[in-house]
Write a protein that binds this ligand. Sequence first.
Ligand code: SF4
Length: 369
Amino acid sequence: MSESKPEENNAGSSLNSKTNIEPDSKPDSKPDSNSKSDNIINGKKADKSVILAVPRGFCAGVDRAILTVSRLLENSAAEPKKTNLPPVYVRRQIVHNRHVVADLSERGAVFVNELDEIPDEAAEAKIPVVFSAHGVSPAVVEEAQRRGLNVIDATCPLVGKVHREVLRYAKEGYSIVYIGHKGHDEAIGVIGEAPENVTLVQNREDVKKLVFPDGTPLVCLSQTTLSAEETEDTVAALKKKFPSIEQPSNSDICYATHNRQAAIKQIAEKSSCVIVVGSKNSSNSVRLVEVAQQELANRGKAFLVDDAEELKDEWFENAETVGVSSGASVPDVLVDEVVLALKKRGFKNVKTLTAVEENMHFVLPKAVR
Ligand code: SF4
């Protein structure tokens, strides 16, 4: 993971966020010349509006992970087939999006839940085994080494950073309070670095139950895809109960999470319904819905859909403006289909709202550069 340096780091750029609303540049989504977001123009009912959030969709870690599997598939297709084994195995969903997984499966990648589903012949044939963007615990790394698997690690470098923080603080004798979601792949991997030193909390209720012997050095780390506001609430509860608890100088919540939450907050301010495209097991997508709903309050509702087929007419009955965004593991083609479906429902005036300019890239794992 140390090989995966960000090429350009705009982590925390939400602090420099700006708001810039423009008509969407895609030809298909240009507003009519007399369209305004006002409801009535010259006595005629104006088109209803869609506001697309920028940034949305793929983050640098997801892009890197998908590109890794894609390159391995391309490389394998270019070579003569020597075995009946698949060209690449991927442990767990490479990113939490069922469309991405279905696409890579169709191209030949085989997804497994655990390494024991991979036959020994695959180790002998050096078939690549990719670890997902969410990272794995050291126990999984050890198992792969023991079996001689040809591992390509696509763990996001920003998740890798939290792994290293856990190791460092555990070595220095700290007890670590990790704010995250129980059972999420990222949380399992991070906690696995030092299970005896890490306690998982999900919210301020969990903080109430924490007990540490007097004088225990404490530090608080978190999952990269949490809602910034919700995490602040839990951190405040921790600081109240344990005033000496430390935090690393940079938040563990990643730049992409910050930026997508900043953007959705701004589109929700101007909308009466918000659609987030993303899968239900995608932590950052679910957080986007929560942030949008908090901003909408009782003015409207925020919904999570995997694709346009899940949209329901009744959601838009009283809406004049619908905000649209997508989680960090969502290809933009799925957002395009949602926008098209909204246009068919009368939301023809499509604009984008840029909250933050994003330009982050991660170097690919060595094996696929
Ligand atoms: S959401 Fe953040 S931590 Fe997760 S893969 Fe993307 S950049 Fe990495």
